[in-house]
Design a binder for this molecule. Sequence first.
Ligand SMILES: [Zn+2]
Length: 341
Amino acid sequence: MKRKEFYIKKQKRRKKITLIVCAILVLGIGAFAISKAFSSSDDKIVANAKSDDTKKENNTEQKPKVIGPNDIIPGDNIIKSAESYAVPANIVYKMIFSKEVVKQPKSVFLTFDDGPSENTDELLNILKNEGVHATFFVLGSQLENSDKNRERLKREIDEGNAIANHSYSHNYKILYPGNSVNPSKFMEEFNKTNKLMQDVLGTDFDSKVVRMPGGYISRKYYKDPHLKELDKDFKENNIVSIDWDAETGDATGRNYTVQQMVNNVSAYAKSEKHMVLLMHDAAAKKQTVKALPAIIKYLKGQGYEFKVISNAKPEDKNTTASNNESNSNASNPEQKATTAE
Ligand SMILES: [Zn+2]
């Protein structure tokens, strides 16, 4: 009997211990769960507070900047009011050099290379009087150490013209040693020139339009082995190279009369619906200044709209279309750009 009692007591004690252990376990798990829940909600509060901070920061950054008609469009090479007659360089390239049909009116792009120079003021006066605009392919070397040329650059953009890059030195021996482009040197000059332009126009200005001295076409003509490398640099930086498909002849060194220059342009106008017209803004090109009013009047008479070349933009399907309409500009640029620029 005693033994039986002892056995029962032992069993009861075991049950008690089991119950206590279970209770401790349940309490322990409960406490852990509760603390976990609190700590994760703390994390959430911290995270929410952080995202509020980020929102606040973003809000101050995102204050819309009002761009007036005379302000440079941030990241572009024109002022706001020039947008209405500007065509992005990627579209200009198609208009002039590709077989693709581009929905654009009969257009001419007046382009002036090698400036600014002592002729710039007169060229700008003529453009203003005629109510048309041009694209200036500027040399960095012309801006350095010349306050007058820097003022001319400012006037060019302020009066609604586009500004593009034509290298710093224009020196073939530096840019094309052994008649082959040095891509890193070319990009170095491109960036140096852009920086010099930004020093005058502010950092909102950024030109991604380039014309290589002598033309991209001459690099192709010479089957330049480094051209692909330069193409890659251009593509990575959204830079578009624009040559020309018409010229006044002012690069030839022949002393054309005003009428001869107009005749040169009219020869292109007979076949070109879209023209990028090469001219020069260098001190020696006085005849270009003389001929410009007559050239503009002639082109107006032929129904051309005057446009400028802005930085490349993502393509709008409405501006390009592939159909069967023949494009008079669809021939190979190598057959056109023949003058050493
Ligand atoms: Zn040039």
